[in-house]
Ligand binder design. Structure first.
Ligand code: AMP
Length: 277
């Protein structure tokens, strides 16, 4: 049975009855297989799972899609039921921010200034602020986040470490469509033609990651993206697995952000660099 609660008081009452460690999967709704994979991993490893559904106004910039972001609570609830999630917390804006916009917020530090942070000022501060609040409200001992939002995952890990939050952060690999497109709630904005163009992102990353020297990785990915005129690249970056400068060899990450029409998409893959390869 899945219990839906909308207020922090009702959530507290339900959590008072929970036995064992609480796991949380935080989402903005419009749930898809990527979210469901997080729920499955959480359910396999933790006794009690809470899914949060909240479109957080603090992490949207002016001109971004806060107003039009898909809100599909009935379908989302059905997905949570199908995954056997015991509790869904879908609070209102006023319940999360009862005193209005918070005057004290999380600051992501230098890792928040690059990549997504450079394109979306304030996004990571808003994201970290709500994640910290939801970790406390859900009393989570473990929290699951997707590698799809790789920089977000890295920042949340850093916040937990730097601020001694009593929570374990676990990453879950990106779930893709059979043709490679990373699942995203924003994919529903794409027309059929735009969706075809958007495949260049995952193709560029996949082909780039077949190489092991940085120049070939980036040149291969660039070429594929340049061949798709509908795709306007925001960044293509090769970094270390921790998002610091790319190593000469060892684990690395290839990341892309691009606009297809008015829809902004992100994706990333792991790869291994080898010296002299
Ligand atoms: P969102 O609802 O987009 O804020 O995402 C909620 C959580 O689901 C985040 O931890 C995301 O990284 C994760 N997520 C979104 N899409 C995917 C995907 N395709 N594969 C794995 N995790 C995902």
């Amino acid at each position: 049975m899945t219990t839906l609660v909308h207020t922090r008081d009702d959530l507290a009452s339900v959590l008072d009855e929970a036995a064992g460690e609480i796991a949380v999967v935080m989402t903005m709704g419009a749930l898809h297989e990527g979210h469901r994979q997080l729920m499955r991993v959480a359910r396999e490893r933790s006794a009690f799972v809470v899914v949060t559904i909240f479109v957080n106004p603090l992490q949207f910039g002016p001109g971004e899609d806060y107003e039009k972001y898909p809100r599909t609570l009935d379908e989302d609830l059905a997905a949570c039921r199908a995954e056997g999630v015991p509790v869904v917390f879908a609070p209102s804006r006023d319940d999360v921010y009862p005193h209005g916009a918070p005057s004290i917020t999380m600051q992501p530090g230098p890792l928040g200034d690059i990549l997504e942070g450079a394109s979306r000022p304030g996004h990571f501060s808003g994201m970290l602020t709500v994640v910290e609040k939801l970790l406390l409200l859900t009393r989570a001992g473990v929290a699951y986040f997707g590698e799809k939002d790789y920089q977000q995952l890295a920042l949340i890990r850093r916040m937990a470490r730097d601020l001694e939050l009593p929570v374990e952060i676990r990453g879950v690999p990106t779930v893709r469509e059979p043709d490679g497109l990373a699942l995203s709630s924003r994919n529903r904005y794409l027309s059929a033609d735009q969706r075809r163009s958007a495949l260049a992102l995952s193709r560029a990353l996949r082909e780039g990651a077949t190489h092991t020297d940085p120049e070939s990785v980036l040149a291969t990915a660039h070429k594929i993206l340049a061949g798709e005129p509908e795709v306007r690249v925001d960044y293509l970056a090769l970094t270390g697995a921790d998002l610091a400068a790319a190593p000469v060899e060892g684990p690395a990450r290839l990341l892309v952000a691009a606009r297809v029409g008015t829809t902004r998409l992100i994706d990333n893959v792991p790869l291994t660099l080898r010296k002299g390869a």
